[in-house]
Ligand binder design. Structure first.
Ligand code: SF4
Ligand code: SF4
Length: 254
């Protein structure tokens, strides 16, 4: 079979599978790499997507709005136990930055901040996944292919930020409302924030950013005129556990 025909059949297979693979795989194939990454007309693109969290604007009300927007849109269930699923959650400063104590920051120890997957430059979760269910796109987004996940949880052990959740139960049983535009998961599958890759594909910003009243900024780290780069130029910022060398792409503006 000619290679062009093989490629066509392969891509047609991905298109037919559509949501059944992963929400954002309309924009990226399973073996994500430059050759298989194709853009739609509306798609927002970047060399490296990044988020900046303006901690001065993070009120409890804003954080709850962000979490609700994210979890509603992605069919993330609310399970009242330590086996809850979380894509975006609230954590006190001292937990997020316990390795970066600074005399000027001690008054912030109990201040609540938002936490999510850092879409790391060198993501250990991707390195340890034996099935490539978790992979990094050329634009820096670290994604999950729910159907490839065998539930071994190596990625959870590999992530030093606790950014991944495991479905101990069928999550659909805990959903009060269902967004039909996003796939639900099954028992035994790992999940996490996907930087709203499926919204970027449609030309939209992440849901949490839209709900954040300016507390969350999102943009291309390699574009010096992007909101994120501008904020990083103007403000002091922290990333979580920088000594580990994972290269987090979520910045906290202090
Ligand atoms: S924060 Fe954790 S899950 Fe997210 S990319 Fe980094 S290592 Fe992977
Ligand atoms: S970027 Fe999207 S998936 Fe990630 S926390 Fe925000 S709303 Fe949720």
């Amino acid at each position: 079979m000619k290679s062009s025909r093989r490629k066509f059949i392969r891509m047609a297979g991905f298109a037919a599978l559509g949501w059944s693979i992963c929400p954002s795989l309309a924009g990226a194939a399973v073996e994500a790499g430059p050759k298989l990454y194709f853009k739609g007309e509306e798609q927002l693109s970047a060399t490296q997507w990044a988020m900046a969290v303006d901690t001065k604007k993070l009120t409890r009300q804003v954080m709850n709005k962000c979490i609700e927007a994210c979890h509603t849109l992605h069919n993330v269930p609310e399970i009242d136990s330590n086996q809850n699923i979380k894509w975006l959650w609230i954590e006190p400063f001292r937990n997020l930055f316990y390795d970066q104590s600074h005399p000027n920051l001690t008054d912030m120890a109990n201040k609540p901040f938002l936490a999510l997957c850092n879409h790391c430059e060198n993501p250990p979760c991707v390195r340890v996944c034996p099935t490539k269910a978790t992979f990094k796109r050329p634009d820096g987004i670290v994604l999950m292919d729910f159907h490839r996940c065998i539930g071994c949880r190596f990625c959870m052990a590999g992530c030093p930020y606790g950014s991944r959740s495991f479905n101990f139960f069928d999550p659909r049983r805990y959903l009060e409302q269902l967004d039909p535009e996003y796939p639900t998961r099954t028992k035994g599958v790992v999940e996490k924030c996907e930087f709203c890759a499926h919204r970027l594909d449609k030309g939209q910003m992440p849901a949490c950013v839209e709900a954040s009243e300016g507390a969350l900024l999102f943009g291309d780290l390699s574009d010096s005129s992007s909101d994120v780069r501008r904020a990083l130029r103007e403000r002091y910022s922290l990333v979580r556990k920088p000594k580990l060398g994972t290269g987090p792409n979520v910045y906290y503006l202090i």
